[in-house]
Design a binder for this molecule. Structure first.
Ligand SMILES: C[S@@+](CC[C@H](N)C(=O)[O-])C[C@H]1O[C@@H](n2cnc3c(N)ncnc32)[C@H](O)[C@@H]1O
Length: 179
């Protein structure tokens, strides 16, 4: 929320497991328009706490690896049916990205929680949930932030940037959908 900086007219809801949302007020300020919901996202009940009478911008940052394919698809469909319209953004985890998450020593602490197989076609969610339309695929390899990377990553990003397939393999990709 602090990175996005929405106006006070926006209602903001952070959803995570109860233990995680309980920690948030201890380390982050809680603006009056910010709400926390402690829930398992695979439980359909939590959405009842969020008003359904206005468009929504939904951001799922770093979440998808921890949901099974069926749970992810159900969640997509629940979100698009709950709100009248909106946008949804999440980072793409390709099958290769999932493989590296589960086979890199530095990721060992979270590897056990990775249950999603990943997907390679950014249009795939359109087939999983009627009404979702891919509007943007944002490649880190083409982003201005590349200038702030160490030289070797700058060079790698510049070399990969012309190819969407290679960019998806080596760098962060954010997918943005409308519904
Ligand atoms: C890599 S972190 C991303 C953190 C998040 N972007 C944020 O700013 O707090 C993944 C988060 O997903 C949460 N998570 C994973 N599976 C979940 C589930 N089934 N229900 C609710 N939260 C879940 C984890 O607890 C963790 O905080």
């Amino acid at each position: 929320m602090f990175r996005v900086g929405p106006p006070r007219t926006v209602g903001w809801y952070d959803v995570d497991f109860p233990e995680v949302v309980a920690l948030r007020p201890q380390v982050l300020p809680q603006p009056t328009n910010a709400h926390t919901i402690g829930a398992d996202l695979t439980d359909p009940q939590w959405l009842h706490y969020i008003p359904a009478d206005r468009p929504a911008v939904i951001v799922a940052d770093g979440l998808i690896p921890f949901l099974t394919q069926d749970d992810f698809v159900s969640l997509l469909n629940r979100l698009t049916s709950h709100f009248p319209s909106g946008e949804l953004a999440f980072n793409l985890y390709t099958t290769y990205a999932i493989w590296t998450l589960t086979h890199t020593r530095g990721m060992a602490a979270i590897a056990g929680g990775v249950v999603n197989p990943g997907f390679n076609d950014p249009h795939q969610p359109e087939r999983w949930s009627d009404g979702l339309k891919l509007v943007e695929e944002i490649f880190l390899t083409r982003a201005p932030e590349v200038a702030e990377l160490p030289p070797i990553w700058r060079l790698t990003s510049h070399l990969a940037a012309p190819s969407a397939t290679v960019s998806r393999m080596i760098g962060t990709v954010v997918l943005r959908y409308r519904f």
